[in-house]
Design a protein around this ligand. Structure first.
Ligand code: NDP
Length: 450
């Protein structure tokens, strides 16, 4: 575990534990930020005096609701829906929806808390929130997905609006689900309010590059970090965990920059292919057939090895991009990465590396890019989608990608400069947390006690 907290922060953390009992992922996310804030409040006692940290740790609003729907067999199903509107000091609440059986309040609160800081780092006018449901989309027909999304929106719509709260996708929520959600919002409100959801289809208000943005953005960020330390993706062996939206487009950008992605995964197993993952086939299996990574391995034949034992992190690599889910790299996995010669880890997913694993990596000198900075390209491009919707315009792929690349470079510079300013060069965790916190805290001070 990390070192003791600053004496001003310790009681704040104790109170977070007491008020949010059992929400372990939320505790972990808060602790990671508080670990970075000791130096900040030493320089800026005004934040502690105005109790800004306590306020930042308490969501502005938490909504929990029943989502009843009827499956194809005619059976009534009941799920639980969530939307945590965490902080709107910088703009409307903004953050994705996750549909996964592991979802409960603690997961949504950890994601919403992270989102507040991530969104600040983009430099764009967006607050932070997150939502979702314990609904499991796996194995459900299109019509079941549609009925679920409609029922979910029947409650959620009253809390949304382009100036209020703007959801997007996350695990289990892609273009298909955003379409059904937007359709139901449009029907209930009788308004074509494009800016109320992002991740829309290109023909009906979506932005070029949104689908690719989180994966591409992560790779841009890690590329900056590698170059800042005399390395690059060119010629490197890379592991990308997961095979969903973030993973697929991270793989695409790594290949464009001259690296080779030699392994990826899903929750059933992982595939290793030393000559490089065949991205076209992976997209066909995952995006079109909605199949498993084992099917990809079967179609590739002897060039690919599929494994369900051990861990993807046991495969030696130069760069690791965890892009599946939270806490997927533990201390033991981190030791494998160090032993295998890994020189950089960039978080495509939210909080995929446990605190113990971060310590193993950074103690060994592995460069580390925290998710709230490295994977901010998705929400940044969502904010660009909102800009296009507001001006009833649509930009080209090249222009939008150029904006994304500039944003990722500026996030990297901001984190690196803040780390330097606090006397911890290269510590991008501290750089990201301190820089984002100061921006949100200053806005909260300016807006008064609200
Ligand atoms: P998807 O649902 O598209 O893909 C998730 C992928 O991760 C799937 O391949 C899934 O496999 C796999 N996965 C889930 N759990 C595990 C596990 N325990 N072990 C191995 N693989 C697993 O989600 P996204 O790609 O959108 O999101 C991935 C991560 O990135 C999440 O942490 C999300 O919060 C974060 N993120 C996403 C953004 C976005 O724009 N989409 C923006 C910023 C962060 P299976 O199919 O078997 O479940």
């Amino acid at each position: 575990m990390s070192a003791a907290l600053n004496p001003t922060l310790e009681p704040i953390y104790e109170e977070v534990l007491r008020r949010n009992a059992g929400e372990t992922e939320f505790h972990q996310a808060v602790r990671e930020v508080l670990d970075s804030l000791g130096a900040v409040i030493a320089r800026h006692p005004e934040y502690a005096d105005a109790r800004v940290i306590e306020r930042i740790c308490e969501p502005e609003r938490q909504i929990i609701f029943r989502v009843p729907w009827v499956d194809d067999a005619g059976t009534v199903q009941i799920n639980r829906g969530f939307r945590v509107e965490f902080n709107s000091a910088l703009g409307p609440f903004k953050g994705g929806l996750r549909f996964h059986p592991s979802v409960y309040l603690g997961i949504i609160k950890f994601l919403g808390f992270e989102q507040v800081f991530k969104n600040a780092l983009t430099g764009l006018p967006i607050g932070g929130g997150k939502g979702g449901s314990d609904f499991d989309p796996k194995g459900r027909s299109d019509l079941e997905i549609m009925r679920f999304c409609q029922s979910f929106m029947n409650e959620l719509y009253r809390h949304l609006g382009e100036y209020t709260d703007v959801p997007a996708g996350d695990i289990g929520v892609g273009g298909r689900e955003i379409g059904y959600l937007f359709g139901q919002y449009k029907r209930i409100t009788n308004r074509y309010e494009s800016g109320v959801l992002t991740g829309k289809g290109l023909g009906w208000g979506g932005s070029q590059v949104r689908k690719e943005a989180t994966g591409y953005g992560t790779v841009y960020f890690v590329d900056e970090m590698l170059r800042g330390n005399g390395h690059s993706f060119d010629g490197s062996k890379v592991i990308v965990s997961g095979s969903g939206n973030v993973a697929i487009y991270a793989i695409e950008k790594v290949h464009e920059l001259g690296g080779t992605v030699i392994a990826c995964s899903d929750s059933s197993g992982y595939v290793v292919e030393e000559t490089g993952i065949d991205l076209n086939l992976l997209k066909e299996v995952k995006e079109v057939r909605r199949g498993r990574i084992s099917e990809y391995a079967e179609l590739r034949g002897s060039s690919a090895r599929y494994a369900t034992e051990g861990s993807i992190w046991q495969v030696p690599c130069d760069v690791a991009l965890p892009s599946a889910t939270q806490n997927e790299i533990n201390a033991e996995d981190a030791q494998f990465l160090v032993k295998g010669g890994c020189r950089a880890v960039g978080e495509g997913a939210n909080m995929p590396t446990t605190p113990e694993a971060v310590k193993v990596l950074t103690d060994a000198g592995v460069l580390f890019a925290p998710g709230k900075a490295a994977n901010a390209g998705g929400v940044a491009t969502s904010a660009l989608e909102m800009q296009q919707n507001a001006s009833r315009d649509s930009w080209t792929f090249d222009y939008t990608e150029q904006r994304l690349a500039e944003i990722m470079r500026s996030i990297y510079d901001r984190c690196a400069e803040t780390a330097d300013a606090y006397g911890t060069p290269g510590n991008l965790v501290l750089g990201a947390n301190a820089s984002a916190f100061i921006q949100v805290a200053d806005a909260m001070l300016a807006l008064g006690v609200v």
